[in-house]
Design a protein around this ligand. Structure first.
Ligand SMILES: Nc1nc2c(c(=O)[nH]1)N[C@H]1C(S)=C(S)[C@@H](COP(=O)(O)OP(=O)(O)OC[C@H]3O[C@@H](n4cnc5c(=O)[nH]c(N)nc54)[C@H](O)[C@@H]3O)O[C@H]1N2
Ligand SMILES: Nc1nc2c(c(=O)[nH]1)N[C@H]1C(S)=C(S)[C@@H](COP(=O)(O)OP(=O)(O)OC[C@H]3O[C@@H](n4cnc5c(=O)[nH]c(N)nc54)[C@H](O)[C@@H]3O)O[C@H]1N2
Ligand code: SF4
Ligand SMILES: [Mo]
Length: 874
């Protein structure tokens, strides 16, 4: 018997519906909700592995003051006193909240209400500043409000989909699967990927425009001019609903498209497809937003859609995909420093009056607060005396992260609410408050296409942890604001929020969910996914902008004159333009995905992708280690030599931290450069120097227990039976066996070993009784070994551990490719041979690989290609 709860995935902004079946043994079985309009039953590898991330192991179970556990009452008193002291002594602008697109709408709403209406400062910013701020600014410039006109169905109905700066296959895998399925069903549909990198998303692309990084404006300005020349401008739409056409075209016509580095042929294919395909959707994400001219990039894209009237109609429009599960909800409640609440504006006196009146609050902010970059600068400069960080880990996710750590460390009073006290940010806090996590908390989130869905708790709070909204309300009450925060449940908060949205809509803003203003607790419990607008009288058109009706004073959209900025010449010694982003199976700083063994098999350590010619020039061979360095800091990563990246433009993922690798935090070398309009950091183009990290030896360790290597380089990841470590060091030990005993802290364990006569290679296994505790493999070259095989032997007798490979009777699956069904590379390669498989679908039929979330399909295709190419060459 199990109880099934319908809830929503806590990872990406696709917002998939999840069914969580709590089993009698306490485990949780996860499946996709077939009735949810975002995913119709599909889930990706991360969503499917949710059940493996909900244990309370390692969770913070009680508040901590300093390093000591404390009772809630005491901790809340200390928090309230800390904030009250700063407000009384230095004024409201001396305090700040730094929150997150992973908070639920109800948490977010009360945080924003407390600081903007009661404490009286707009110093609340969110990690969405690092994520969606350029889109928000671009939407507001063009449409008057932050309105996403498109929907997921548009993506499927389009005849041309242009994915710009979006690795949809890995970052919005279910949306990617929907797109891939639509294209398979209607092969005339075309997909273009605009990305300097050849990503997994290119697998379904008819055209990959590997433009020079940072040249998107040149591309879209060129497109605008060509649309004009080819007569594709919708002059009826433009004259009725658009302002600024001439100036935008004029600015665009000065663009030199050569800077994109794209061939004439590719450019003309792109232009002719765009010109001849009415149903065109342009999806964009961080390759657009995270730039020092990200807002201009957004408007360059929107300009083309406005000029051709391709917006708000079925199968057409610009569609920004949101990163975090509630990035959209956070924008709606006004969680950014430059917004008020419910899409209302701080600068508008009538908006301020409405909100203050509705809240009956003692005050209301009159000017914008500090955006993330400036906020941490103010923390460093001692202007912020009390800081509360909720549900985000800025110590490793902000650019120039070491400076942000120094800033937080220097702040008088820091509070962190998190599920864990081991995060880099929590470790710098004066007070850490244990928050409930996914599976325990209840509320709503809004996904990329404006669909509001319920997260429903099905587990009790871990230990004494409390919901974020409760913690915020408890602090508010201690600050003397009983009246505004007497909420009993998320349903209560949602109801108030919905009511405010109706009043906001009367002032002409887009966001209206007043249809929920009278929602009962039961209806809130049963709330099914609903796309806004959802007004009280259901008169609104669910589509925006097909017939104009923009939210500017003139009701016209604005085309914005944007120019391609000049290329910046890097300093002489830092010539590599470092691109950063995500991998398929990890979520940000891995506090949750890092717990699921199968999600650590795809990539188990920090790495940097480098073009073969760069590697050659740098003297770096595959699998060696590299140091990335600049004025801001340094990082050490495994080298992955690949022509997926262009010369001079390496790529490194963002997921490793000081918890998981010795120097794996890529944000330590990300420059603190921001878009002047949106304040969003430019995380995709920091200049670095790269050089080999030359250890005396490399090592690989499997261990049943977590260990703490003291080597110059280390990176750790979880396996199904324990842990695995990549290590490297600059000193040879005198004796490998005693070194191994030290590593495992097992002086009495039984050691068996194979060591070269010149001591350059060693393989040592340690047993306690007949159980394998761990093994250490070393070499003067990067260790070559079947890692999954070695890891699979932990806690067994460990037969074959010193050989490092499976005997004939024990097939070695190899590194995991399909995380959903745990299918390894060797299993796939063997099946391709043995069963003469020639398509990805045939691999699916034979092994199930790729048949759940499908995000490994590009890799299956690549394996097939290399295998078939090799067979052909033989
Ligand atoms: N697996 C996984 N999925 C996630 C997340 C995760 O942590 N893991 N995080 C979620 C979040 S919060 C976000 S914001 C989204 C991000 O989703 P995406 O934006 O799709 O992901 P990124 O890898 O950050 O960057 C996208 C691409 O931008 C490209 N790019 C870099 N510079 C340029 C440029 O100048 N022009 C163009 N056109 N492209 C460029 C990069 O090469 C990269 O492939 O993912 C969400 N989904
Ligand atoms: N170099 C570089 N840097 C980047 C990016 C990039 O592409 N390149 N991308 C940026 C983007 S788009 C984003 S969104 C950020 C993400 O960066 P972060 O937000 O810093 O990363 P997360 O690991 O998601 O941090 C979420 C934290 O909240 C905790 N948590 C989870 N659920 C809850 C909850 O319900 N309540 C509370 N209180 N805590 C909870 C988790 O344990 C974790 O510590 O990184 C940004 N930084
Ligand atoms: S695509 Fe994957 S990570 Fe994103 S919401 Fe769906 S299941 Fe979760
Ligand atoms: Mo994000």
């Amino acid at each position: 018997m199990s109880t099934v709860t319908c809830t929503t995935c806590p990872y990406c902004g696709t917002g998939c519906g999840v069914r969580a079946a709590l089993q009698t043994d306490g485990s949780v079985e996860i499946s996709g909700d077939p009735d949810h309009p975002a995913n119709f039953g599909r889930l990706c590898s991360k969503g499917s592995a949710l059940g493996e991330t909900v244990s309370t192991e390692g969770r913070l179970l009680a508040p901590k003051i300093g390093q000591r556990p404390a009772a809630w009452d005491e901790a809340l008193d200390v928090v309230a006193e800390g904030f009250q002291h700063a407000i009384d002594t230095y004024g409201p602008d001396s305090v700040a909240f730094y929150v997150s697109g992973q908070l639920l709408t109800e948490d977010y709403y009360v945080a924003n209400k407390l600081i903007k209406g009661y404490i009286g400062t707009a110093n609340i910013d969110t990690n969405s500043r690092l994520c969606m701020a350029s889109t928000v600014a671009g939407h507001k410039r063009a449409f008057g409000t932050d309105t996403v006109p498109g929907t997921y169905e548009d993506l499927e109905a389009a005849d041309l989909v242009v994915l710009t700066g979006s690795n949809l296959a890995w970052c919005h895998p279910v949306l990617y699967q929907r797109l891939a399925a639509a294209k398979a069903a209607r092969p005339s549909m075309k997909v273009v990927v605009v990305d300097p990198r050849r990503t997994a998303t290119c697998d379904i692309a008819d055209l990959h425009l590997a433009l020079r990084p940072g040249t998107d404006i040149a591309l879209f300005n060129h497109l605008l001019c060509q649309l004009h020349e080819l007569g594709v401008i919708d002059s009826t739409y433009v004259s009725a609903h658009v302002a600024g056409f001439d100036a935008a075209l004029d600015a665009a016509s000065g663009t030199d498209v050569q800077v994109t580095g794209l061939s004439h042929k590719d450019l003309s294919t792109f232009v002719s497809w765009w010109a001849t395909t009415e149903k065109t959707v342009t999806v964009f994400s961080q390759g657009v937003n995270q730039s020092d001219h990200g807002t201009d990039k957004v408007n360059a894209i929107i300009n083309c859609h406005l000029a051709s009237g391709r917006i708000g109609k079925e199968g057409m429009g610009p569609l920004s995909v949101t990163g975090q599960p509630n990035a959209m909800g956070g924008r709606e409640v006004g969680g950014l420093a430059n917004m008020l609440a419910n899409h209302l504006e701080i600068a508008e006196p009538s908006h301020r009056a409405l909100v203050q009146d509705f809240w009956a609050s003692p005050t209301i902010v009159t000017s914008q607060g500090l955006k993330a970059g400036d906020l941490f600068k103010a923390v460093k400069g001692g202007k912020i005396k009390a800081l509360w960080v909720m549900c985000t880990n800025p110590a490793v996710s902000m650019p120039n992260a070491s400076e942000v750590r120094a800033a937080i460390a220097s702040c008088d009073f820091v509070v962190v609410s998190d599920m864990f006290d081991t995060t880099e940010t929590a470790q710098l806090a004066d007070v850490v408050l244990p928050a409930t996590g996914w599976g325990e908390k209840t509320g709503t989130v809004t996904n990329s296409d404006r669909t509001i869905s319920r997260q429903r708790g099905f587990l009790p709070p871990a230990g004494q942890s409390r919901h974020d909204w409760q913690i915020i309300c408890d602090v508010a009450k201690r600050l003397g604001f009983e009246d505004g925060f007497a909420f009993d449940s998320p349903a209560d908060i949602f109801k108030e929020y919905a009511e405010l949205s109706g009043k906001a809509a009367q002032l002409g803003v887009d966001f209206d969910i007043s249809g929920f203003a009278q929602i009962s607790p039961d209806d809130y419990d049963a709330l099914s996914p609903t796309r806004w607008p959802y007004p009280a009288e259901n008169t609104a058109n669910a589509r925006f902008f097909a017939e104009g009706g923009f939210f500017t004073p003139s009701r016209r959209a604005n085309m914005i004159a944007v120019r391609q900025p000049d290329h910046k010449t890097p300093e002489a010694n830092t010539t590599f333009r470092l691109n950063t982003g995500r991998i398929r199976d990890q979520w940000h700083t891995t506090t949750r995905t890092g717990r699921a063994a199968r999600l650590n098999q795809h990539y188990g350590e920090p790495f940097v992708e480098i073009h073969p010619e760069d590697a050659l020039q740098l003297g770096l061979r595959p699998a060696e280690l590299a140091v990335l360095e600049n004025h801001y800091g340094r990082a050490v990563m495994r080298v992955l030599v690949t022509d997926r990246v262009a010369r001079g433009a390496p790529f490194a993922p963002i997921h490793w931290t000081m918890q998981t690798a010795s120097e794996g935090c890529v944000s330590d070398v990300v420059h603190p450069v921001f878009d002047p309009v949106s304040g969003q950091p430019d995380s995709k183009s920091s200049y670095v120097a790269i050089r080999p990290f030359l250890p005396k030896w490399y090592g690989f360790v499997v261990s049943a227990q977590e260990i703490a290597p003291k080597t110059a380089y280390w990176a750790k990841s979880r396996t199904s039976h324990g842990w695995q470590y990549e290590i490297a060091h600059d000193e040879m030990p005198d004796c490998w066996e005693s070194f191994a005993r030290g590593v495992f802290e097992a002086p009495d364990a039984l050691a068996s070993s194979v060591i070269d006569t010149n001591q350059s290679k060693a393989r040592i296994a340690l047993h306690q009784g007949d159980k394998l505790l761990g093994a250490l493999y070393t070499d003067t070259r990067p260790v070559s070994l079947s890692r999954s095989f070695a890891a699979s032997l932990l806690n067994s007798r460990g037969e074959g551990i010193l050989a490092g490979r499976a005997g004939a009777n024990q097939p070695d699956p190899g590194a995991t490719v399909c995380a959903c069904f745990n299918v390894g590379v060797n299993t796939i390669l063997n099946a391709i041979d043995a069963q003469s498989l020639v398509t990805v679908e045939e691999i699916g039929t034979a092994l199930a690989a790729g048949t759940n979330c499908g995000s490994c399909k590009p890799e299956l295709a690549a394996l097939l290609n290399t295998k078939l190419a090799r067979t052909a060459a033989e």
